[in-house]
Design a binder for this molecule. Structure first.
Ligand SMILES: *Cc1c(COP(=O)(O)O)cnc(C)c1O
Length: 473
């Protein structure tokens, strides 16, 4: 038996590379990363794949090791060449962020040390580090001490945690789901609909509150609808507003929504996944007035703090409510104890074992300090305003004046269907690919979008986009 164990050990210790091997791998990965980053200024924002490659059959998982060089070559050829390039400043579509380098450092160390950040007793430092980041964001939106939340993988899970908490705190048991009412606008992000369904609220009543001409929630209409629903014996319990919609960048009137939520005892959730960090700009703070009166906020550091993908946050004012909806221990008193010390992420989210994802954010904020983040957000806002003016000089129609850094525009040709014209223009811009933009359809109208949020997007990219558009009309 000992011989057998020794033989297995000889093979299994291959999982621990020698220091030389580690150094060699580190060097190669670092070289690859450097080449990638240094190549970004010349890289396209989008390389339209002609066809799917033959990846799955081409590269089976086998018993024997392969060379790192070979893997990196596959990565370069099959992954890092095609499609959208979210690391590039030429990505001005969807909601970009870029991926600041300290994200990689934080992730690397989190992976190497493999610290357990799910439970306080397993690593108080890791949990405190993450909770401190969450409290910093809570303070940023004006929540009182005692509020907390969770660092999630992205905005979708952040919204899910908020909606699950709202469901339980507002007493929406299965027998009342069919008469429970949720208020939102047609511009709310689709992940909210997903979260509603996943949280078991798929059969509740969704009211689409009308919007004004700037795609903001019409709060008078919200109030009338809530009153009518209450009079009809329904159970209004949740209103979801957006601080920066994905489609048009619209800011719902949060303070007025908060009034209705307070009058009618609704859980008030703000989806600020895209727009939230613009609150760091003093002169934009009035747009966020009322966010401090909400019950929960979703906000994405992998958007507005330019971190690489994999970090969204939910902020929840009543941490006890979040806890009640997510804890997993049985003994109530014991739980209360745990909450008083320092809450563990595992008690506040669906996850148990989790990536120590706070480390990347902590690294980025401390290595740079806040000033360049603020400047970067401000720059993106001004780039959007600049484009808003310049694109009109080319004869384009524009949507609402951009509050943040998303806007919509379209060309009205002298003859022919404008939707078809803009669809074709979009297609041509995608084929070009030097700058990557995306489109949306609102009330049957096809619009091209501009979403400036990659930290690498600068005036150069906006000018280039204007040139590309000029060439196509
Ligand atoms: C991006 C976005 C989401 C979804 O967040 P993910 O991080 O992609 O899961 C939700 N709401 C808004 C407003 C967004 O822009």
């Amino acid at each position: 038996m000992i011989d057998k164990i020794k033989a297995l050990e000889a093979l299994s210790t291959q999982l621990e590379p020698t220091p030389d091997k580690r150094a060699e791998w580190n060097k190669k990965v670092q070289e690859y990363a450097d080449r990638f980053i240094d190549g970004l200024p010349d890289a396209k924002g989008f390389v339209k794949p002609d066809q799917l490659n033959d990846w799955p059959t081409d590269y089976p998982i086998g018993e024997d090791p392969r060379e790192l060089d070979e893997l990196l070559a596959v990565l370069e050829r099959e992954v890092d060449h095609w499609g959208v390039n979210p690391a590039s400043g030429a990505h001005i579509a969807y909601i970009p962020g870029g991926g600041v380098f300290p994200t990689a450092l934080g992730d690397y160390l989190a992976a190497v040390t493999n610290r357990y950040s799910g439970l306080l007793f397993a690593n108080p430092g890791a949990v405190q580090l993450e909770n401190q980041l969450i409290r910093w964001m809570c303070k940023m939106v004006g929540y009182p001490d005692g509020a907390l939340g969770n660092l999630a993988s992205g905005g979708s899970i952040a919204n899910l945690i908020a909606i699950t908490t709202a469901r339980d705190h507002m007493g929406i048991k299965s027998r009342v789901v069919e008469s429970a009412v949720i208020y939102l606008t047609e511009q709310v992000h689709h992940c909210v609909h997903k979260a509603v369904r996943i949280a078991g609220l798929g059969e509740s009543i969704i009211r689409y509150v009308p919007m004004d001409r700037r795609f903001r929630m019409d709060v008078a209409a919200l109030r009338r609808q809530v009153e009518a629903d209450k009079a009809a014996g329904l159970k209004p319990f949740l209103v979801v507003a957006s601080a920066g919609t994905t489609d048009t960048g619209a800011m719902d009137p949060l303070d007025a929504v908060a009034d209705v939520a307070a009058e009618h005892n609704l859980w008030f959730h703000v989806d600020a996944a895209y727009g939230g960090f613009f609150i760091l700009l003093d002169d934009l703070q009035p747009l966020f007035a009322g966010i401090e009166r909400s019950d929960s906020v979703a906000i994405d550091p992998h958007k507005g703090l330019f971190l690489s993908y994999g970090l969204g946050a939910v902020l929840i004012k009543n941490v006890r409510a979040q806890y009640e909806a997510h804890y997993y221990r049985a003994n109530y008193m014991q739980d209360a104890q745990a909450l008083e010390d320092e809450p563990s992420p595992a008690d506040l989210s669906p996850e148990l074992t989790k990536h120590f994802r706070g480390l990347r954010m902590w690294m980025a904020l401390h290595l740079f300090g806040l000033a360049p983040f603020r400047a970067c957000l401000d720059e993106k806002r001004w780039l959007t305003r600049y484009f808003y003016e310049e694109i009109q000089k080319l004869g384009f129609e524009v949507g609402p004046y951009p509050d943040l850094s998303v806007m919509i525009y379209r060309y009205i040709p002298r003859e022919g269907d404008p939707n078809e014209f803009n669809r074709q223009l979009m297609e041509k811009l995608h084929r070009d690919g030097r700058i990557f933009v995306s489109s949306t359809t609102i009330d049957g109208v096809f619009w091209i979008r501009l979403a400036v949020l990659s930290f690498r997007t600068h005036l150069f990219h906006i000018e280039r986009l204007l040139t590309m558009i000029r060439e196509q009309i």
